[in-house]
Ligand binder design. Structure first.
Ligand code: ADP
Ligand code: MG
Length: 642
């Protein structure tokens, strides 16, 4: 049994039949209906008053039990549930002798609650299906024998034996074998990914084809899957702004309705001379039709469904509030590297200065970059490796964020980086080198890195990152979805950035930025254009992601930092999820407003009809509960794909 459903109360009968609320609640509804029929028949045959009252009383208990429980729980926290209005109306009806009508009210009210719970359970199931991706036991290799170990007890460093068709139980690294992995459960991406020794595999993904050994890198509670589950359940619990507003308004509204109905019952007979009984009955109808049940459920019904739909597509919203914000976004800023491009640059040219050998330039470059984490460093090292250069560790190393690296060995300092690194350091390039850098920049294709060791300028190297082939199309999709301005932010060179910007159809390019510049620009956008989204790879863009109205981290299945900093996490390394998320958020917002408008309209129409032409209680209840159910069903439409 999942931890999510354990919150409902449970009891076991001697027969072993499980009696929890999901069984008892519909049973009580059925008993209420039976009681209504029995009560009406007994009244018809003029049975003794004691018996009739006993049946009516029992019917009220069955019909009002769950509402009463909710009311008591709410009163303990000093809040008012709208259920209170319904129970008061039913008791009031009984007071003027309209027992059957009051019972019909309770019946329809509890029936509608059962239907709502059933509907909401469908969104909860989207999370339970994630829970099912976790096995109870794991096959672990120990001294060449295989043992079954409970999931929670598998230690970091243990070796797991995976058979073809097994789900990966824990995050780890492949140490033997290669195979295809279906990651769709986490990322929504249906194409299997090939992985070999040294590659990271994530809990919840499916090993399709091979027998492999995986070394565990994280305990069960910290796996990416475990964190997704926590995040999605927390997201569903966290309230959007509209919803918290409605929750607070509900309190005052409910009190206001009770007060107004009390005044109505006391004052109308005084002034109009109509009978007290009639006015009281009308007051009970008012209490029912004015209660905001549909309004209260209208927002969560939509948001929960949308969050569940998104999770199925590998898009994690960290709360309903972010759906609301994303729907209002007009500007999206993209980090270039790793977002619009693959983020795996390759070395294209190595151009030594006169008197320097290519070997010397490359060896110096590789040694200086050896300890850097930057994708540029990885490109240089794999290029050096292909040329059979094995760099030695430098004596000191430091990264100069957004500009380059500084390393030293043999009492001599080496600088590698963008022209800005040298400008800022007060070093001006010799004119021949400057001319070459300008020429390369003019081509606008690659990032130019300058290498200087001691007093000598050794030359330049260029690295190029490929744009994602679908980037231009995805940007068009975003425009079609209603995003008005698309911006690129990058630490890379102006010419390279502009060339890519033109190719992809981007409105505005800001280049040669340091991380703090990105943050400043994102804040500026917020002030100029209103809600702004920032899309980054989540690794070195954390400040800008945090500064944006809504931070979207992409390709996050493997990185921990991104899961923490962003508001929306795209599990797949794929741009198409952004337009999906934007469209989903706008669809959600439309449905939220439809629900709110409809719920309010029904209340207004019913209240006016009750005050003017008069509405029988059962009809008022049908209108009231009907609108509640319609609003929930309308919200559930968000579980479906558009
Ligand atoms: P982006 O905004 O595209 O993610 P960064 O802020 O990481 O770029 O880096 C900006 C620029 O700084 C790079 O284009 C490069 O010129 C220079 N740079 C950063 N790190 C390194 C490095 N390890 N080696 C050489 N140059 C670097
Ligand atoms: Mg970056």
């Amino acid at each position: 049994m999942s931890s999510l459903s354990q919150t409902r109360t449970e009891s076991r009968t001697p027969l072993g039949l499980q009696l929890d609320d999901s069984v008892l609640e519909p049973l009580f509804v059925a008993l209420t209906l039976a009681g209504i029929v029995a009560g009406a028949l007994l009244e018809r045959v003029a049975a003794p008053t004691g018996i009739v009252l006993a049946v009516h009383g029992a019917t009220y208990v069955f019909g009002g039990w769950y509402a009463l429980r909710a009311i008591v729980a709410a009163l303990r926290e000093r809040t008012i549930e709208v259920d209170l209005l319904m129970v008061l109306a039913a008791l009031g009806a009984a007071y003027v002798g309209a027992w059957t009508e009051g019972a019909i009210l309770l019946f329809l009210f509890s029936l509608s609650n059962v239907l709502q719970h059933y509907a909401m359970a469908r969104t909860e199931r989207a999370i339970s299906s994630l829970l099912e991706l976790r096995p109870d036991t794991v096959t672990v290799r120990r001294d060449n024998t295989l043992v079954e170990v409970p999931l929670e007890e598998v230690a970091v460093g243990a070796l797991i034996a995976l058979r073809p068709g097994d789900r990966v139980p824990l995050d780890g690294v492949i140490v033997r074998g290669r195979g295809n992995f279906d990651e769709s459960a986490l990322t929504g991406e249906s194409m299997p990914v090939q992985k070999a020794e040294g590659a990271q595999v994530l809990a919840g993904t499916l090993n399709q084809s091979a027998a492999l050994d995986v070394q565990v890198t994280k305990p069960a509670s910290e796996s990416t899957l475990a964190r997704i589950i926590t995040m999605v359940s927390e997201a569903q619990a966290r309230k959007a702004r509209t919803q918290s507003f409605l929750d607070r308004a509900e309190q005052y509204y409910a009190l206001g309705v009770i007060g107004a109905v009390a005044l109505f019952i006391l004052l109308v007979p005084l002034f109009s001379g109509s009978a007290f009984g009639d006015t009281f009955y009308r007051g009970m109808v008012l209490l029912t039709v004015a209660s905001p049940c549909a309004l209260v459920i209208s927002v969560p019904a939509a948001l929960l469904s949308a969050i569940a739909n998104a999770a199925r597509h590998g898009v994690l919203f960290k709360g309903g509030a972010h759906l609301e914000e994303l729907s209002r976004v007009k500007v999206i800023a993209f980090d270039k590297t790793g977002t619009l491009t693959y983020g795996h640059p390759e070395v294209t040219d190595v151009l030594p200065q006169p008197g320097v050998s290519e070997h010397e330039l490359l060896e110096t470059l590789a040694r200086a970059e050896l300890q850097s984490e930057h994708p540029i460093a990885r490109a240089i090292l794999s290029y050096a490796d292909a040329k059979r250069i094995a760099p030695v560790e430098p004596e000191t190393f430091s990264a100069i964020t957004g500009m380059g690296v500084r390393a030293s060995w043999d009492n001599c300092e080496t600088l590698v980086g963008s022209p800005r690194l040298f400008q800022d350091g007060g070093l001006s390039l010799p004119s021949a080198l400057q001319a070459e850098v300008d020429r390369l920049h003019g081509e606008g294709r690659a990032t130019v890195l300058i290498v200087r060791r001691g007093e000598r300028w050794l030359g330049v190297a260029t690295v190029m990152d490929r744009a994602r082939p679908d980037a231009a199309e995805r940007i068009r999709e975003l425009r079609a979805a209603g995003i008005e301005r698309i911006v690129m932010l990058t630490g890379d060179n102006q010419a390279v950035a502009e060339a890519l910007g033109r190719q992809l159809g981007i409105d505005e390019v800001h280049a040669e930025l340091l991380p703090e510049d990105k943050l400043r620009i994102v804040e500026q956008f917020g002030r100029t254009y209103g809600p702004t989204a920032m899309v980054g790879d989540g690794v070195n863009d954390a400040p800008a992601l945090a500064a944006a109205t809504i931070g979207i981290a992409m390709g996050a299945a493997g990185t921990d930092a991104a899961l923490e900093t962003a508001d929306v996490v795209l599990m797949a390394d794929d741009l198409s999820a952004i337009a999906y998320a934007v469209k989903l958020s706008r669809r959600t917002q439309r449905i939220v407003w439809q629900n709110i408008a409809f719920a309010m309209a029904v209340v207004v129409v019913l209240v006016i009809s009750t005050l003017t032409i008069g509405v029988p209680l059962p009809l008022g209840v049908v209108g009231h509960e009907g609108s509640t159910i319609l609003v929930v069903l309308n919200g559930l439409r968000l579980l479906r794909n558009a």
